[in-house]
Design a protein around this ligand. Structure first.
Ligand SMILES: *Cc1c(COP(=O)(O)O)cnc(C)c1O
Length: 392
């Protein structure tokens, strides 16, 4: 019914991308990052395809709660930790693993000891230069000592987060890794009996996994790449292996001809330099298509890359189809997805793929498919398929 403005989510692509991720870091356990509604793909359908991961990482308590309410038993990590007693108690009740990134959280934890029935796993976060969340080295060592002396703590994993892992020529990631290494060595020197080979680490997001193999450690934390988007455009080989899971599409709802020198859309931002056919597509910033998409941003119609003209409106965009006489009302239009990378659209709109994927609005209909044909094709292209995982 009505115009088909929708996001089609290919769940088999997510499963495939997980196996590509595993091949890049064969020795590491996987904390699959499913925050922000699984990067806009839908939390529950997405996790249903991520059985082969070891843990789900979310940013907020509500996200963890939705997973537990759905009966998910897998370990869940709360990346942002907790800010008060109430949040901590809720996290404990829901059997969450917690990031500790601030000394205040240690005080809250000590005060809650008696509520902890099942010993906790804590991810202790060192600030190695991102300066967002994380302890400084002396607070980190002190925190470790406090945690390791409590019988309510089962395990501590040391972690940090990279600020610039997508910048492959820039030394920041190396320096962040060195700071973590140094701090761990200091910790071992100061705490008798700590065996660093047993104290697990986690540093790598998608860009770290792809570009910094030395960062893989015990746990990797892939987000974007699970959804088929490569954060490092220089690694084009990988882009061919990943399958974009989201295809965002709509339809042409009108085709009009305008004369030479006529303008299209709000504020006459674009003016024709010839007699032109203009296609009008039912998509706009009210759906999550970026307002800032500039002239020439491609959309895909019948296999043609057709340029955007004029300003993006709330419900509509306009494209120049003068060179594509076959384009007609009712034709399906891909805004991004398979054959039109979301990263390319993000570049045209001065933003990042993360923002576009997480930005679809409630007006957009989601449709879930399991497109095994594309998946099996790609799967056979992988260098060394992990056999037991490659079966649907
Ligand atoms: C979001 C997030 C990730 C995943 O990052 P991607 O770039 O999407 O792979 C990993 N670790 C932390 C702490 C995060 O917040």
């Amino acid at each position: 019914m009505g115009v088909k403005v929708g996001a089609t989510i290919d769940l088999s692509a997510i499963k495939h991308n997980l196996s590509v991720t595993k091949q890049l870091a064969p020795g590491a356990k996987i904390a699959a990052v499913v925050k922000a509604d699984a990067y806009g793909h839908g939390l529950l359908p997405t996790v249903s395809t991520l059985n082969d991961s070891d843990l789900y990482a979310v940013a907020r308590l509500e996200e963890a709660r939705n997973l537990r309410l759905a009966g998910i038993q897998k370990p869940i990590l709360l990346l942002s930790g907790y800010i008060d007693k109430k949040e901590l108690s809720y996290a404990i009740k829901n059997d969450l693993q917690l990031v500790i990134h601030h000394p205040v959280q240690l005080e809250l934890l000590a005060a809650a000891e008696q509520d902890i029935k099942k010993p906790l796993t804590i991810w202790l976060k060192l600030d190695t230069g991102m300066h967002r969340l994380g302890l400084n080295p002396s607070a980190f060592i002190k925190a470790y000592q406090q945690l390791s002396s409590s019988h309510k703590i089962e395990k501590v994993i040391t972690m940090t987060h990279f600020s610039s892992a997508d910048e492959i020529e820039y030394g920041k990631t190396t320096s962040q890794l060195e700071r973590l290494l140094e701090c761990r060595q200091q910790l071992a020197a100061m705490s008798n009996g700590v065996d660093l080979s047993k104290l697990e680490t986690s540093t790598a997001n998608s860009a770290g996994i792809i570009a910094w193999p030395e960062s893989h450690g015990d746990w990797i934390r892939p987000g974007l790449m699970l959804y088929g988007v490569n954060p490092i455009q220089a690694h084009s080989e990988l882009s061919r292996k990943l399958i974009p899971a989201m295809t965002f599409s709509s339809q042409v709802i009108a085709v009009n001809t305008i004369g030479h020198g006529e303008s299209v859309g709000y504020n006459e931002q674009w003016t024709s330099t010839r007699s032109s056919r203009i296609g009008v597509i039912a998509i706009g910033y009210g759906d999550g298509y970026p307002f800032k998409a500039k002239e020439g941003t491609p959309v895909l119609i019948n296999g043609h890359r057709v340029p955007l003209v004029g300003k993006v409106s709330m419900d509509l965009i306009t494209v120049d189809i003068t060179d594509f006489p076959d384009v007609a009302v009712g034709d399906s239009v891909t805004l991004w997805g398979k054959d039109l990378p979301v990263t390319e659209i993000a570049n045209c709109a001065d933003t990042i793929p993360y923002e576009l994927l997480t930005g679809l609005t409630s007006r957009v209909t989601f449709n879930y498919v399991y497109d095994t044909s594309s998946w099996l094709n790609k799967q056979s292209e992988l260098d060394d398929p992990p056999t037991e995982k490659a079966v649907i």
